[in-house]
Ligand binder design. Structure first.
Ligand code: AMP
Ligand code: MG
Length: 576
């Protein structure tokens, strides 16, 4: 709970969300400019605002929320030009993002100028700035005439408020005004993007999606949260925030967004055709387990899962509170209701909330991030030990431009998988770490494959993405450098990325050793591009040798699986 007593007389003012009347807001804006605390709606969540240039007011925000002192605040501005006094420099990338996404749910971390109270950034020499899209937020900031530092308007650690009543439940008596303009449309907080390093890094996924940022910036790294990282299959794991993430964005270190009830996150099976049924079955099993231990349970899940749950168990003796918070493939719907549903289930007094996560695309990434940080336990429905997948697992081959080595390797691997009878379990695909344009395979690669009866005529080069890596079971790179590029893009796949020769068991250059450049290069398949047909043939031979050993390994793995009856991914057993 907050450190100070509830000594303020909180005044609640209703405001029209679309066309706020300035005369209704003026009083609160004046209070804000004079050091007061004002709760206001934004398109993401309700914020708790204070003058960002007033150290005392900013300290009062931390006290009211009981916010850990090392967690910096985001500064909200009324127009893009107002960023000038807050940061020392606006790099070109920032300017491009501002024109595309502002006003909107994107906070940019830049170098802080002296005008921003030091308390805002808690010792960091950076500051996060954004221009919100909500008319009431903009009018309030305009009338106050000051930049507004505002975290979410909840007591620290609790779910963010997306309705004025939720903010009031936490902060009544601790703030001067609450502007009530109804529910927040986006429902999850802004995306926090750090632009102070060589590569833009998403510190917190949010209302602007990683896919949208990549359209503008190309390369964007994402610090993966607890629920978006891959865990060993086969059971529940406890979510622990990642150390690097915590160092870059101190707020990530803390438990967040948590309802009073214990939250169990079930990540849906999005890979198999019968994924929805499997997911519902896992939810039903967790419900039964919690109830058997004498706890009361509420479920928040996709509409489809809610429908299937009726069939997955018999709930007649003890009715099960189930809230469908959106369609399975509409993470935006889920995001908009996420925090409100958690708070509503809390109000019903259940001991445990079983929450179904989203697919990890688009806004689903932010949904899973919030649920992962709120969760005491995470269960992956896709790893429930059921019968093997009906759709094959993807093995992704990676090279530079995806025109020579990796498409050849994928074609050869698919051929060997088919011959080994493993083509129903695995399918090879390819991508490149730097693909300037979607084009065909090189003519030499097409010809050398044709000589082996393999067709590369329809190949189209594509850039590898974090999403692609996320849903791939095994990633094999042509060189150690490609492996490093993959890890830079998706650190979470470390347990399933290998160099091709390394996975084939070719001592040198498995990518596991940090040996000399020479020893690493020995484990690489070198680039034949521009070196003529003969060099392509040699590269293809080299790839084929390694591929044959990879398939041998996968065959042994399949035998082992059958023997012990356990589904185990190809990346999860020990290196030879
Ligand atoms: P909140 O406003 O409560 O949703 O939290 C603000 C988020 O922005 C937290 O995750 C902070 O860690 C992050 N943040 C704010 N300022 C900075 C900064 N200067 N550097 C890195 N992260 C920041
Ligand atoms: Mg917050």
């Amino acid at each position: 709970m907050a450190a100070t007593g509830r000594s303020r007389r909180t005044k609640v003012i209703r405001v029209d969300a679309g066309r706020p009347d300035p005369s209704v807001i003026r009083e609160a804006a004046h209070s804000l400019a004079c050091g007061g605390l004002v709760v206001f709606p934004t398109e993401t969540v309700y914020g708790l605002g204070a003058d960002a240039t007033d150290s005392r007011a900013v300290r009062a925000v931390f006290e009211a929320k009981g916010r850990p002192p090392d967690n910096p605040l985001i500064v909200h501005i009324w127009s893009p030009e107002d960023i000038a006094g807050l940061v020392t420099e606006v790099p070109p990338a920032a300017a491009g993002l501002m024109s595309r996404f502002w006003p909107g749910p994107l906070s940019l971390v830049l170098r802080r100028a002296a005008r921003v109270a030091e308390e805002v950034s808690r010792g960091l020499d950076t500051v996060a700035v954004r221009m919100p899209a909500h008319p009431v937020a903009l009018e309030l900031i305009r009338l106050a005439g000051v930049p507004v530092a505002a975290p979410s308007a909840n007591v620290s650690g609790r779910p963010s408020p997306t309705r004025a009543a939720d903010a009031l439940a936490d902060l009544d008596g601790l703030v001067d005004y609450v502007l009530d303009a109804g529910p927040c449309p986006v429902g999850v907080e802004s995306t926090v993007l750090d632009l102070t390093g060589p590569v833009p890094v998403v510190l917190r996924p949010g209302g602007v999606t990683v896919e949208e940022l990549r359209e503008v910036l190309g390369n964007v790294q994402v610090l993966e949260g607890p629920a978006t990282r891959t865990r060993p299959p086969g059971g529940p794991g406890v979510a622990v925030p990642d150390a690097e993430a915590a160092a870059r964005s101190p707020g990530l270190r803390h438990r967040h967004y948590a309802p009073r009830a214990r939250l169990v996150l079930v990540l849906p099976d999005t890979r198999r055709p019968d994924g929805p049924e499997r997911t519902a079955a896992v939810v039903a099993r967790v419900v039964a387990g919690e109830r058997a231990s004498g706890r009361t349970v509420g479920v928040a899940c996709a509409r489809e899962t809610a429908d299937l749950l009726g069939r997955a168990g018999d709930w007649r003796s003890e009715p099960l509170p189930v809230v469908a918070w959106g369609a399975r493939n509409e993470p935006g719907e889920i995001a908009a209701r996420l925090f409100a549903v958690l708070r509503d289930l809390d109000r019903q007094g259940v001991d445990v909330i079983i929450a179904e996560g989203s697919s990890s695309e688009g806004l689903g990434r932010a949904v899973n991030d919030r649920l992962g940080r709120a969760a005491a336990e995470v269960i992956e429905a896709g790893d429930d030990g059921g019968p093997p997948a009906e759709t094959p697992d993807t093995i992704l081959l990676i090279c530079s431009g995806n025109t020579c080595r990796s498409p050849m390797a994928a074609a050869i691997l698919n051929d060997h998988l088919r011959r080994a009878g493993l083509d129903r379990a695995y399918r090879a695909e390819s991508a490149g770490v730097f693909v300037p344009a979607a084009g065909p395979a090189s003519p030499e690669a097409v010809q050398v494959m044709a000589e082996r009866g393999l067709d590369l005529g329809n190949h189209v080069a594509r850039q590898v993405t974090a999403e692609l890596l996320d849903r791939t079971r095994l990633i094999l790179t042509m060189t150690g450098a490609h492996k490093e590029a993959v890890l830079a893009l998706a650190p979470g796949v470390a347990d399933r990325v290998f160099t091709l020769k390394g996975y084939a068991g070719d001592g040198a250059g498995s990518g596991q050793d940090v040996g000399s450049i020479a020893s690493r290069a020995a484990g690489d398949i070198s680039d034949p591009i521009g070196l003529g047909l003969e060099v392509y043939r040699e590269a293809a031979d080299e790839i084929e040798k390694a591929v044959a050993r990879v398939v041998e390994r996968l065959t042994n793995l399949a035998d082992l699986r059958e023997l012990i009856g356990e589904p185990e991914g190809p990346g999860e057993e020990k290196q030879p």
